[in-house]
Design a protein around this ligand. Sequence first.
Ligand SMILES: C[S@@+](CC[C@H](N)C(=O)[O-])C[C@H]1O[C@@H](n2cnc3c(N)ncnc32)[C@H](O)[C@@H]1O
Length: 263
Amino acid sequence: FQVTQFVVKCNSDVASLATASSPPWSNSESSKSDAVTAATDKKHGSKQVISVTPRLYDYILNNVRESKILRELREETSTMHGSQMQVSPDQAQLLSMLVQILGAKRCIEVGVYTGYSSLAIALALPEGGELIACERDAKSLEVARRYYKRAGVSHKVDVKHGLAADTLKSMILNGESCSYDFAFVDAEKRMYQEYFELLLQLVRVGGVIVLDNVLWHGKVADPLVNDAKTISIRNFNKNLMEDERVSTSMVAIGDGMIICRKR
Ligand SMILES: C[S@@+](CC[C@H](N)C(=O)[O-])C[C@H]1O[C@@H](n2cnc3c(N)ncnc32)[C@H](O)[C@@H]1O
């Protein structure tokens, strides 16, 4: 694994979280282990949660079963512009696990880049499974297609080059509502609510939508950060809390993922 890349990401996340967790989050316990943050406020009760230090993250990555083809794609992408956008190996493994638990056959990805997360999903699909892969950047798609071919999953991936919202709208017009099992969103952050509304139509009851970057480097919890993307993700998370159409689980993995199950 290229731990350095993730360690840098992880360090900044930990730093933001530490700032955000001053009062009312008492850190008196954290000196016992740099991997533990203690929450001792009245609202949330007293509990210890893991903070991912570089050493612990290295350990996590060493416990990810990453296939050779995924590793090669990650390594090739690491030399490219925007490589930090790629989901981490532990995130890709979680996506793959969700697809397998669901027994998903029909999936959608919004935001493919060079294909790391979509390849993980495609590899987890059974023969006859299908992934609609939405991406606007032709150059990134060249890499993704090359790896789908090398991994022997090209026949499972239907690449839709263009703006993702347009693709999703045309799928709905095409009568594909309620016919998908699983969707993963990792594209334009200010579009999350729109992607979510479209995908909620496309997935079946019991289907799952996962969205990446919902912790946005910890900025969502910092009231002093109010740029457009942070506000957008913060509002999206708030809306989801009140959305009776789905059950949700926010997971502190990578830059934060939220798992939504359609009711
Ligand atoms: C964070 S990256 C995706 C990373 C990918 N999931 C992976 O693990 O490698 C976001 C991608 O979304 C694409 N994107 C952004 N806005 C888009 C849009 N409106 N329609 C389609 N693709 C878009 C970008 O070109 C970029 O490649």
